[in-house]
Design a protein around this ligand. Sequence first.
Ligand code: CMP
Length: 506
Amino acid sequence: MTDTWTVFFAFFVALIALAGMLRFVPRAPRSRVRRAVILLGLYGVCTAAEFASHWLHSRPLSEVLHASAELFQVLLAINLGALLLFDVLLRAVRLPVPDILYDVLLGAGYLIAVAWVMRHAGVNLAGVVATSAVATAVIGLSLQATLGNVVGGLSLQLDDSIHPGDWIELENKTQGLIKEIHWRHTVVETRDWDTLIVPNAQLVGQTIKVLGRRTGQPVQHRMWVYFNVDFRFAPSDVMRIVDDALSGAPIDGVAAEPKPHCICYDFARDGRDSLAYYAVRYWLTDLARDDPTSSRVRERIYAALRRSEVPLAIPATAVFLSKDDPERAERKKAKIVGSKVAALEAVDLFSELSAEEKTQLASSARLSPFSRSEVITRQGAQAHWLYVLIKGRASVRLAADGSEREVATLEAPSFFGEMALMTGQPREATVIAETDVECLRVDRHDFEGILKKRPEMATEISRILAERRVGLLAARDGLDEAARSVRITSETKRILGAIREFFALE
Ligand code: CMP
C-alpha cells in the first residue's frame, strides 16, 4: 500500500513540476516539455496496467509492467532534472547550453538509467554490453558520414563560433543567415529567399566568413558603391561633393560610425578610358538589406553630383555624332531656360515679374536635385539662396527645446529659404527632402537685383513670410487662431520694414 501512495505521490509531483515549467519556462523548447508529458503518460499507463494485472494473477506480466513503469519513472526524472537544470537554472544565470550538448547529456543519462533498470530487473549486463559493442562498431562504420556531421554540429555549438542569427559567407561566396544548427546539418537562408541545408562536417571543414562581426563592435558590414567621373573633374572636388552629401543627413541602414566616405581608387585603366574610378564605402547596419541600402547611397551620390553639375562618366568608347554649331547650342540653352521660366511661373512669388525679368532670373538660377531624406537647408545656417520647389515634397522642421518637429510640408510648386535671404538672419528652420526633389536655386544676389527693380514684390513676400514665421511661433509657443491672425498683421509690417532696410529699398 505504501508503494501505491509513493507512486501516486511521484505522479502528482511530476505533474506539478511540469505545469510549473510550462508556466515559468515559456522559452523552453516545447518538444522537451512534450517529451516529459509523454513519459509521464507512459508511466501512468504502465502503473495503472500493473495494478490491473494483479487481478489477472499473472506474475510475469506484472513484473514486465513494473519494470516498464520503473524505467519511465527514471526517464521522466532525468527529463525533469534536465529541464530544471538547463532550461530554468542555467538560463536564469545566462549560461545557455547548446541543443546538441543537451541531447547528448540526456542520451547518456538515458543509457545509464536503462542499464540501472535492467540490472534491477536481473538482466545480465555484461552479455548485453559485449553484443552491443560489436553492434555499435558495425553501425559506427556504416554511419561514418553521419557521425562526422554529428561531431561537426557538436563542435560548432560547443566552440561558439557561429550561432543562429549570424550572417555568414561560405567559401563558394554564398551569403546567408543561419537559422538553426541541427544534429546533422545547418539551415542557412540566402538573400534569394532560398534555404541551404549545409552538412555540419562540410561547414567545419571550410573557412566561414561571419559577416559584420568584430569583437566589441556593433554588427555592421562594409559595403562598396562604385561610380565613375570624367577626368575633367578633380578627384578632391568629387570626393568633397560626395562626402558632404553623405554626411548631410543620415541614410536609413547606413551606420553613423565609421562614417561613410568617398575614395578615388583608380585612374584610367589600360589607358583606354578618360575617367577616374570612385567608390563610396559605408557600413551596413541591417545585413538583410544590402542592395536597397546601396541603392539609397547611389541616389544620394547621383543627386549630389547633379547638383554640382558633375556628370557621371560615360564610357570613353561611346561615340556621339552631333552637329555642334552655335545655333544648336543656343536652341539647347533656350530650351533649358524655358523650362526654368515655367518653374518660376508656377509660384505666385514671381507672378508680378515681366517675361524678360523671369527669363533673366531663370538664366542664372541653377537646377538642384536632392535625394529623399537629404537636408536642403539647415536651421541656423547662413543663407545664400532661396529654392523654388519644382518637383517632390519637402518637410519643414523646427528644432526647439532639444527636440525637432515638423511644422509644415511643402508640395511642389512652392518655394522656401526666402526668410533668411530676405532678412539676413540665419535659417529659421531645417528643410528636408521627403521624396526625391527637384529645386531651382535662386542666388541671393540675383534675387536682390529683381527686388531692387520691383520693390512692390516685398509686400507680397512679407505677407507670406509673416504667415510662415507665425506658423513657426505657433509650433514653438502654441498660439490660438485669434492670436495668430493678430500676429500675422504685426509681423507683416515688421518684416516689410526689415526687408526694405536690408535691401535698402525705397
Ligand atoms: P529660411 O528661414 O531661409 O529657411 C528655412 C525655410 O523654411 C524658411 O526660410 C521658409 O522658407 C520655410 N518655412 C519656415 N516656416 C515655415 C512654415 N510655417 N510653413 C512653410 N514654410 C516654412
